[in-house]
Write a protein that binds this ligand. Structure first.
Ligand code: SAH
Length: 407
């Protein structure tokens, strides 16, 4: 599996740039990467740094995100002088596609190189009338959820805004997506590798480009951020952005949840649910999705379903809206070395039925792309030099929410 990717990483990084531009790494490093800007920051860059009008920034955004053009020379509605100025100061540096794999079910996965040592995975899941892109926010993950394959890779670093929106750009270009015209990308879920709320600023800025008409033109509710439950950051998200929230719950009891999601020791279920209520009530008619990965004999018993129903009903009552809590059941996707198993179809149906009988909507997420290791929890990428970085990252998080040590 992953060992076959190591040579691919090395070979592909020798100058094969997804932008089609020569990989002039040394000089490129000094120039500002336009991919790091959302509309507000790019306008500022144009006004303050370049002394240009803001509508020029808008033209550039359209070239990049609508037409997938990365050479200033090809941006024909910009004057020659401006193009030269941009050439000198900036660049449009897309991440490098190392592998592009398509599953038998139409799911597509890209392995994208972020630097010579690290790569992440991005997954496109087409379905009737919609196309969902699953985007990564970090190289690896520091949260150590015991049932997630990304956790086994350790943590290396946060992705920049450019590296996050670059994943959307790579997919949009490969799929021939044109916002509002040829919509291949209709939804983005921040459910790839990493904990998006642990990389707050970069993720929020990238999500602003996803929702901008000059970017990918997605409606707020079609951009979903999924978190393992970083409570203070959920409140910050409510204050600073406007996207759909998904929470990886996986267990209705603290003891069990702490085993599966060690972050629960810091932010137990009651505190997490309080934060979700605050998030949902900031706006009328807002729901929160609770992801529940079903693991055989672990969290798939009638007592779990009963407690889950109670938790969700309580949420609906506090938000004062029926179906404010949406449960998404995810059959566990196995990966090498895991001690967990997927329950049988019958057990999955029985669990779902118990929720349905209590009047709850609880779709079972169909497993997609598992033949190319693209299903939930199967994303690994290439994470190098992870142990030292992980310790540093944990330290840096202390004081701003922090993460507890692994189980
Ligand atoms: N860190 C964020 C974003 C990752 S989302 C979060 O935890 O929400 C990835 C989703 O897939 C999460 O709900 C995660 O719990 C789930 N998942 C992880 N490993 C899985 C596995 N092996 N099988 C099925 N779902 C899994």
């Amino acid at each position: 599996m992953s060992d076959t990717r190591v040579p691919a990483l090395d070979i592909a990084l020798v100058g094969d740039s997804a932008s089609g531009a020569p990989a002039a790494a040394a000089s490129a490093a000094a120039r500002t990467n336009i991919f790091d800007f959302d509309r507000a920051t790019l306008e500022r860059f144009f006004e303050v740094e370049l002394g240009e009008k803001t509508f020029r920034a808008h033209q550039v955004m359209k070239w990049i995100h609508h037409r997938h053009v990365t050479e200033f020379a090809d941006m024909t509605d910009l004057g020659k002088a401006l193009r030269a100025k941009l050439e000198a100061r900036a660049e449009v540096r897309a991440p490098q596609v190392l592998l592009d794999k398509e599953s038998a079910d139409g799911t597509r996965k890209w392995l994208i190189g972020m630097d010579p040592r690290n790569a992440i995975e991005t997954v496109y899941i087409p379905d009737k009338g919609r196309g969902t892109l699953c985007v990564s926010s970090q190289v690896g993950c520091a949260l150590n959820c015991t049932f997630c394959s990304t956790a086994t890779q350790g943590f290396n670093r946060n992705l920049s805004t450019a590296e996050i929106i670059g994943q959307v750009w790579v997919a949009a270009r490969a799929l021939g997506n044109v916002p509002h015209q040829q919509r291949r990308l209709t939804n983005v879920v921040m459910m790839g590798m990493g904990e998006p709320l642990a990389n707050f600023d970069n993720v929020v800025r990238a999500m602003s480009i996803m929702r901008d008409d000059l970017g990918y033109g997605l409606a707020n509710k079609r951009v979903t951020l999924s978190t393992a439950g970083m409570v203070p950051m959920i409140d910050r998200l409510a204050a600073e952005s406007d996207v759909s929230l998904a929470v990886s719950l996986h267990a209705p009891f603290d003891e069990l949840r702490s085993e599966l999601v060690p972050l629960n020791r810091k932010y137990p279920i009651a505190e997490l649910m309080d934060a979700c209520v605050r998030y949902a009530t900031r706006k009328k008619g807002e729901s929160v999705t609770f992801e529940y990965t079903l693991m055989r004999g672990v969290n798939d018993q009638p007592e779990h379903a009963r407690a889950l129903v109670k938790l969700m009903r309580d949420f609906d009552r506090r938000v004062q809206m029926k179906d404010a809590a949406k449960v998404n059941l995810i059959p566990f996707n196995p990966f090498p070395g895991t001690r967990f198993e997927r329950p049988g179809d019958e057990a999955i149906r029985a669990f779902q039925k118990q929720l349905n009988n209590a009047g709850m909507i609880a779709p079972v997420r169909r497993t997609r792309g598992d033949d190319i290791d693209a299903a939930c929890g199967q994303l690994k990428g290439q994470v190098m030099d992870r142990t030292r970085r992980q310790a540093e990252f944990r330290k840096s998080l202390q004081g701003q929410g922090g993460v507890p040590d692994a189980a």
